[in-house]
Design a protein around this ligand. Structure first.
Ligand SMILES: Nc1ncnc2c1ncn2[C@@H]1O[C@H](COP(=O)(O)OP(=O)(O)OP(=O)(O)O)[C@@H](O)[C@H]1O
Length: 261
């Protein structure tokens, strides 16, 4: 395979970020960011505040235009095949985008219609996702009546209606108490296993990451580590992921990439 030939479909990585840079005016938010996610499994994207996580997600989801570098979803370049690439993505944004005055079911049906699902299919998928997210008893309640954890579950149900292969969650646990954060994290991991889906979970809270998770660490717009979580500790000579993260982000020249001894 030469440098301009890319695998497409099931053989391709789920997500490839290739030399992506982004500026807000003179401010560089991302600088030559590159990594890829294998098919299936839970992947973490971590970084301190301002690292560039949300900017990267905005580029992947098309909220921002990627002018420098390339993003491919299942081998489909966003620049050339935006619809094919995006139909494989489900997204839960950092800020909620639910309509608080519509019911749980109405929020889902509205989103299904935006994805072009017919009424019958929309109702079936809506019912299925409500059961999966254990929200069926709340279907007719207004979103305003749900607690934070249930709202997040509803956003996940909504993101899964069109059956994406990759679910991206941007700081999905922000604002939840510890028990709700842990429950949400466990819930997403279970979804990932049961549906053989890929998940990209962004956070700055390291207790949401397991030793075996593949982790990309962003700091000041650059990838400073791309490795299994446990390997970050080994490489930095630290006992906890929190210590490894502190060491890496305070000395960002200390880059850790997969396969590095
Ligand atoms: N609309 C914008 N205009 C100008 N600068 C921006 C804008 N959005 C983000 N930035 C800057 O770009 C950098 C990356 O921000 P971004 O929100 O992507 O980081 P983040 O890792 O998601 O941070 P957080 O965890 O705080 O959400 C930061 O320095 C931020 O101040």
């Amino acid at each position: 395979m030469n440098s301009t030939t890319h695998l497409v479909g099931d053989a391709a990585p789920m997500l490839e970020i290739d030399g992506v840079s982004h500026r807000y005016g003179p401010h560089r938010a991302l600088e030559q960011v590159g990594f890829s996610l294998a098919r299936g499994g839970f992947h973490a994207l971590v970084g301190p505040n301002g690292a560039g996580k949300s900017t990267l997600i905005a580029l992947i989801t098309g909220l921002l235009r990627c002018r420098s570098g390339e993003i491919r979803v299942a081998g489909q370049a966003l620049s050339r095949h935006p619809r094919e690439a995006r139909r494989r993505l489900g997204v839960v944004f950092q800020q909620t985008t639910l309509d608080l005055d519509l019911s749980v079911r109405q929020n889902l049906l509205y989103h299904a219609s935006l994805h072009g699902l017919g009424r019958r299919q929309a109702r079936e998928r809506c019912d299925r996702e409500l059961v999966r997210q254990q929200l069926e008893a709340r279907a007719n309640d207004k979103v305003r009546q749900l607690n934070g954890g249930h709202r997040r579950r509803l956003e996940i149900a909504r993101a899964l209606l069109h059956e994406p292969e990759l679910l991206i969650l941007d700081e999905a646990s922000a604002g939840l108490d510890t028990a709700s954060r842990q429950a949400l994290n466990a819930h997403v991991r279970a979804l990932c296993r049961e549906r053989h889906m890929s998940v990209l979970w962004t956070t700055h809270l390291l207790d949401e990451i397991d030793d075996a998770d593949p982790v990309v660490v962003l700091c000041a717009g650059r990838v400073i580590a791309d490795s299994q979580a446990q390997a970050l500790c080994i490489h930095t000579g630290t006992r906890t992921l929190q210590d490894a993260f502190s060491r890496l982000t305070t000395k960002p020249d200390n880059v850790v990439m997969e396969g590095q001894p």
